[in-house]
Design a protein around this ligand. Structure first.
Ligand code: MN
Length: 282
């Protein structure tokens, strides 16, 4: 095992804590303080003690115990309790919005409210559904699939990869994982998404290394068979070799991309990977 591997793996491990804390479906190593101001904003003058208990105890101490119960689970419990009590006012709206933010999908909230209906009462579920359809109105099956993939991933998916979108077919996402020592990005591709043929040029050193971390994807060098990438698959891309990488047509996919130091390095983006090349892959 050479030195680079060790540095790269250490860098990947040290970023785990950060990545975990960003995933509301997972427990965190330490409590993550939740800042709440709604109590003081609404009742700070009228009932300062109630406002303090709401903001500093309920949210600041109880909701913040994300090392004991994840935010997503706390949201599900809270929504269930509100609906069971017949509380279908703005506090339910708020907690449905939080539940969505904490990773509860449209499919899941529909299941949750259907389940609650039998134990809490049919009309209460009807009232909650009227609000849930509003909160989740812009979400699609694809957004649900993305949320489920995101929840299972160790690393964050990050933001839409708009800077390089013109070199990709389909939508991709980019999250910086390490910006020191070895630069590492987590690159996520929706099903069917792949980058264009491209070359990482360098006169010495350089190239790129990929490690699959979620879903299923492909790597292909020009003139060679495509190689399947699964979580844990390591791909070494030499400098000056024409290639592409991306998701399988039926799976979300994420790989870590390691930038390797080289002399006179530059990236050259070429043609898209056509369907007649891509769709043959199984
Ligand atoms: Mn590449």
């Amino acid at each position: 095992m050479n030195k680079f591997y060790i540095v790269a793996v250490m860098a990947a491990i040290s970023s785990l804590t950060m990545a975990y804390s960003q995933n509301p479906a997972r427990l965190t190593d330490e409590p993550v303080e939740i800042r709440q101001t709604a109590g003081r904003a609404a009742l700070g003058e009228f009932a300062p003690k109630f406002a303090e208990l709401n903001d500093d105890v309920l949210f600041g101490e109880v909701w913040s115990r994300t090392d004991k119960l994840a935010l997503r689970d706390r949201s599900i419990v809270t929504v269930t309790a509100l609906v069971s009590s017949g509380i279908i006012d703005s506090s339910l709206t708020y907690h449905l919005q939080e539940a969505k933010k904490n990773g509860v999908t449209r499919t899941e909230i529909a299941e949750i409210l259907t389940q609650v209906a039998f134990y809490a009462g049919w009309p209460k579920a009807w009232g909650a559904f009227r609000q849930a359809t509003e909160v989740w109105k812009d979400t699609s099956d694809a957004a649900d699939a993305k949320a489920v993939f995101e929840r299972e991933m160790i690393f964050p998916i990050g933001e839409p990869n708009t800077a390089y979108a013109r070199y990709f077919t389909g939508n991709s996402y980019l999250a910086p994982v390490s910006s020191e020592q070895v630069k590492i990005f987590n690159v996520t591709f929706e099903p069917g998404c792949r980058n264009n043929w491209h070359i990482h040029h360098a006169s010495k050193g350089g190239g790129q290394m990929l490690i699959g971390v979620g879903g299923r994807g492909w790597y292909q060098e020009e003139g060679k068979e495509a190689v399947e990438i699964l979580p844990g698959t390591v791909i070494h891309i030499p400098a000056n070799v024409k290639h592409w990488h991306g998701a399988a047509s039926d799976s979300w996919f994420s790989h870590l991309a390691f930038e390797l130091d080289g002399e006179d390095s530059s990236n050259e983006w070429l043609d898209p990977v056509t369907d007649d090349v891509y769709l043959d892959l199984r």
